[in-house]
Each structure stands twice: as structure tokens, then as C-alpha cells.
Ligand binder design. Structure first.
Ligand SMILES: Cc1cc2nc3c(=O)[nH]c(=O)nc-3n(C[C@H](O)[C@H](O)[C@H](O)COP(=O)(O)OP(=O)(O)OC[C@H]3O[C@@H](n4cnc5c(N)ncnc54)[C@H](O)[C@@H]3O)c2cc1C
Length: 307
């Protein structure tokens, strides 16, 4: 008997002869305090030996973390063998300001930027108005980055459409504009129902968009917080997910086990349906992401561990 029970066919993608190669990337946010910085670096050091394709560092709302994002990316370059990707938004900055940030990244050795419009400084859900003299949206930013630097540019994609989009078609038009401007990869907003991702992928491919659309996976470290994020970014939270975490508010140990099971089920199903690349929203925590990557067949690279 070699088939694992409960539909978890992990043997299909354990690294080895004939196995499909799984690639992962990890997203972190810049820390605000010394304690958060230490948590972040513990997580980076734990996940680094899994040899991610890249690790990305977010750019806080309204450019509020500009310096901290830059410092985190620089430290990743200086202290690890990882390839960093710096997130950058159009918010509250002129084109000149943003071009200067891109040049500074290039001079520091960064070769990958995640280009985003960002949310209004007044808050998610408020109407977005571009900064006077700023980039209009993510497609405009991608074009600006590609004009001023020889870097890889990734962008965001929304399986359940962006809340500002009048329709899925309008949303996919914006993705097409980002690709036409030079984006070569999209990472999706998180989702919990894999069918949403595959339906979206079908529509994106039907529109002639060929770049990788990498699923963004949010391991649910904290259900209430995840539901809050989902409400703000227009992602749906299925009832079955709420039911799984029901009654566990004061039981973090069980919550963690449930979170691992939920994420495992999601990624195993994605792999079974042909997905090989994953972008993990780590929330700067390594444990769940490490466990899920282990399940995906990734093992620490001894050379990176020794580094
Ligand atoms: C992988 C990922 C990483 C992210 N990282 C960050 C980060 O580091 N920092 C941060 O602040 N935010 C981040 N975000 C959130 C993102 O900034 C917000 O979702 C933002 O509201 C939209 O950014 P965008 O780049 O998708 O915008 P765009 O692609 O420019 O637009 C998003 C959607 O809004 C609609 N839209 C845009 N302009 C118009 C218009 N003029 N008229 C009508 N509709 C329009 C389009 O339909 C489009 O699909 C991230 C999101 C994802 C998925």
C-alpha cells in the first residue's frame, strides 16, 4: 500500500526522477519593531534553505514603508543567497520619485520589482485618484519601470476580480495592459476555492495572456485576521472554512493544525490539477509555510543551510 490516504497524493510530487518540479516564492512585509525584525529574520532563515525562486518584500500603504522595504531588501541581498523582489506602488509619489526608487534598487543589485497601483492613502475601498504627476495605475508603472531599468516585473492578478473593477472582463483587460507594458509574471490575490483560480485562468488564457499566473496562497494563521483581509480585498471566504475554525478562538494549537490541513488540501489539489508554482503570503511566519513546502516535496538545500 503506497498511496497515502485521504486523497493526499503527495508521492506524485515528491522531488525525484520524473516528478514535476515545484517552485515557490515567499512574500514578507517589512518589520516595524526590533521584535518583528527578529521574527522576520528567523522566518527568512528557516525558509531560505528551501531555495525559493525569489522572496518578495511588500511596500506599505501610501509608500509608508519605503525606507523599511528598501532596508529589508538590501539586507536580504547582503546576508542571504536569496533573490529579492521589491514591491513598489504608485501611491503618494510622483513619477520622478518612483523612478528614483527604481534606480536605487537597481544600484543595490535588485533585478525584480513587483509593480502595483496600491490602495488610496485614505483607505482600502475609497475611490482611487492618482497622485498629480504620478503613475496612473499598475500598467503605467510597469511601463515606467521597463523604460528606466532592465528588471523583471511581476504584477498582481485577481481570480475574484479587483473590487474596483466593474467586471471580470475589465479586470482581465487591466492584466492584459500590464502584460503589454512588460510584466512577465502575475501573482494572484489569495483565494480558498481552487475552482475560482481555474475559472479565472481559463478566461485569462482565452484573452491571449500567456504569462505565468502564480496562485497566491495564504496559510490561515489567524482566521479572524484572514477574514478581515478577505473583506478588504474582495476575496470570498467559504462557509466551510469558517466552520473549520469555529470554536477555536481560544485554542491556537488546534487552529494551527487546522490551518496546516486546509492549506495542504488546497495546494495538493492545485498540484493534482497541474500547478507547479506557488507564491506564499507568509505573514512573516515560517512554520506553516515550511510544512506545506515539505508536503510539496521541497527539502532544505544543504549548501544553503550551511551558508
Ligand atoms: C500579489 C500582490 C501583492 C501586493 N503587494 C502590495 C504591496 O506591496 N503594497 C500595497 O500597498 N498593496 C499591495 N497589493 C494590493 C494592491 O496594491 C491593491 O490590490 C490595489 O488596490 C490594486 O493594485 P493593482 O496593482 O492590482 O492595480 P491595477 O492593476 O492598476 O488595478 C486593479 C484593478 O482596478 C481596476 N482599475 C484600475 N484603474 C482603473 C480605472 N482607472 N478605471 C476603472 N478600473 C480601474 C482595474 O480593473 C484593475 O483590475 C498587492 C496585491 C497582490 C495581489
Amino acid at each position: 500500500m503506497t498511496t497515502p490516504p485521504n486523497n493526499i497524493r503527495a508521492s506524485r510530487f515528491v522531488a525525484g526522477a520524473g516528478a514535476r518540479r515545484i517552485r515557490v516564492s515567499f512574500e514578507f512585509f517589512p518589520p516595524k519593531t526590533a521584535e518583528m525584525e527578529s521574527t522576520l529574520w528567523d522566518s527568512i532563515n528557516r525558509l531560505a534553505p528551501l531555495a525559493p525562486s525569489f522572496v518578495s518584500v511588500t511596500y506599505g500603504a501610501g509608500g509608508s514603508t519605503r525606507e523599511r522595504t528598501h532596508a529589508t531588501v538590501k539586507r536580504i541581498l547582503a546576508e542571504t543567497g536569496l533573490t529579492p523582489a521589491a514591491h513598489l506602488t504608485c501611491v503618494a509619489a510622483t513619477r520622478d520619485d518612483i523612478d528614483a526608487v527604481v534606480r536605487a534598487y537597481c544600484e543595490a543589485g535588485v533585478r525584480h520589482i513587483v509593480a502595483l497601483r496600491g490602495d488610496p492613502p485614505t483607505g482600502v475601498g475609497e475611490p482611487y485618484a492618482p497622485h498629480p504627476g504620478g503613475y496612473l495605475n499598475a500598467a503605467d508603472l510597469v511601463a515606467g519601470i521597463r523604460r528606466s531599468a532592465d528588471v523583471e516585473v511581476s504584477v498582481a492578478a485577481y481570480p475574484e476580480k479587483h473590487p474596483d473593477s466593474p467586471s471580470v472582463e475589465a479586470d482581465i483587460d487591466m492584466l492584459a495592459a500590464k502584460v503589454d507594458a512588460g510584466a512577465t509574471r502575475a501573482m494572484t490575490q489569495f483565494f480558498f476555492e481552487n475552482d475560482l483560480y481555474f475559472r479565472y485562468l481559463d478566461r485569462v488564457r482565452a484573452r491571449g495572456i500567456a504569462i505565468p499566473i502564480v496562485p497566491g496562497i495564504l496559510p490561515v494563521q489567524n482566521f479572524k485576521q484572514a477574514r478581515g483581509f478577505a473583506v478588504r480585498c474582495g476575496a470570498s471566504v467559504p462557509d466551510w472554512l469558517a466552520e473549520r475554525f469555529d470554536g477555536l478562538d481560544d485554542d491556537p494549537a488546534t487552529r494551527k493544525l487546522i490551518a496546516a490541513a486546509v492549506a495542504a488540501e488546497q495546494v495538493v489539489d492545485l498540484v493534482d490539477r497541474g500547478v507547479t508554482d506557488f507564491h506564499f503570503y507568509t505573514m512573516n511566519r515560517a512554520d506553516l509555510v515550511f510544512a506545506i513546502c515539505h508536503l510539496l516535496g521541497l527539502r532544505p538545500d544543504a549548501k544553503r543551510e550551511a551558508a
